[in-house]
Design a protein around this ligand. Structure first.
Ligand SMILES: C[S@@+](CC[C@H](N)C(=O)[O-])C[C@H]1O[C@@H](n2cnc3c(N)ncnc32)[C@H](O)[C@@H]1O
Length: 255
């Protein structure tokens, strides 16, 4: 994992070569920015990973709030002309996580038009030193647009209401680290339980749109996530403010 090495290098170069002159980094020259920079340097602090049940459900702001201030939201929801139904915050964080984790496999549950799978494949090819594979799963694959094509990207037709329809042989051969994104909202925790047996320490599992599923089943599900040895990565859940993400408390890393 890459963590905050780039920031640390800037910090150390500044401290070593320009002691007391934080102004050398231009926009970071005022005191508040200096504070912010030190918090970024400390992003991988010991409290970064926390138990799912230790978190509240509040968000600083609604991550989908931008929809209310746009007429159609078309720009915010498309990538290369295809639907990519993600918040701007989550898009920024996925780019960061893909760089930090350097996943060899991205599994997306819920392809929709294929725009998000295409976006993940493009991100992987841009920020990963050793790009791997993106596999996107959906029941309604006829909706996937013909332009959602990428050498790293494969779509699969599966019915996620039965986890076992996921190809075990494929899962066993896919290289790690993995980033799994559940954006299908079907049998979320049975699917998590099934897939988590294939995950290794350090792999990530993100569950989107948690708040539309907030009920007893979801709370029980979070307990099972905790028992399976996953912790919330608060670097992502709280990057733009507490839980300013569609994956409320649900950027999980396997311990
Ligand atoms: C929210 S959309 C995915 C959005 C897409 N990931 C994006 O960001 O643009 C949810 C998807 O789950 C799929 N889905 C619904 N029921 C399913 C099932 N039983 N098995 C597999 N996929 C299913 C739908 O067809 C739909 O494309």
């Amino acid at each position: 994992m890459k963590l905050a090495s780039g920031y640390k290098a800037l910090w150390e170069a500044t401290q070593t070569n320009y002691p007391g002159q934080t102004g050398v980094v231009g926009l970071l020259s005022h005191a508040l920015a200096f504070e912010e920079m030190s918090s970024v340097v400390n992003a991988d602090h010991s409290g970064r990973f926390v138990k799912p049940t230790a978190r509240g459900w509040r968000s600083s702001i609604d991550p989908w709030g931008f929809k209310r201030s746009t007429t159609v939201g078309a720009l915010a929801h498309t990538y290369k002309g295809l639907i990519n139904y993600k918040t701007p915050y989550d898009l920024a964080m996925y780019t960061r996580l893909i760089w930090e984790l350097q996943p060899r496999t991205i599994l997306e549950l819920g392809s929709f038009q294929g725009g998000s799978g295409l976006w993940f494949a493009d991100q992987m090819s841009i920020v990963c030193e050793n790009p791997g594979e993106v596999h996107s799963f959906d029941l309604h694959t006829k909706r996937i647009h013909e332009s959602a094509k990428h050498p790293l990207l494969t779509f699969h037709q599966v019915d996620l209401s039965d986890a076992k329809t996921l190809d075990k042989n494929l899962l066993m051969r896919l290289p790690h680290p993995w980033l799994v994104i559940d954006d299908a909202h079907v049998q979320v925790f049975p699917i998590f339980t099934y897939l988590s047996q294939f995950l290794l320490s350090g792999d990530y599992y993100v569950i989107e749109d948690v708040m539309i599923m907030l009920n007893k089943e979801l709370l029980d599900g979070f307990q099972s996530v905790e028992h399976a040895g996953f912790l919330v990565d608060t670097y992502y859940t709280d990057a733009f403010g507490t839980n300013v993400t569609a994956a409320t408390n649900a950027w999980f890393r396997k311990s």
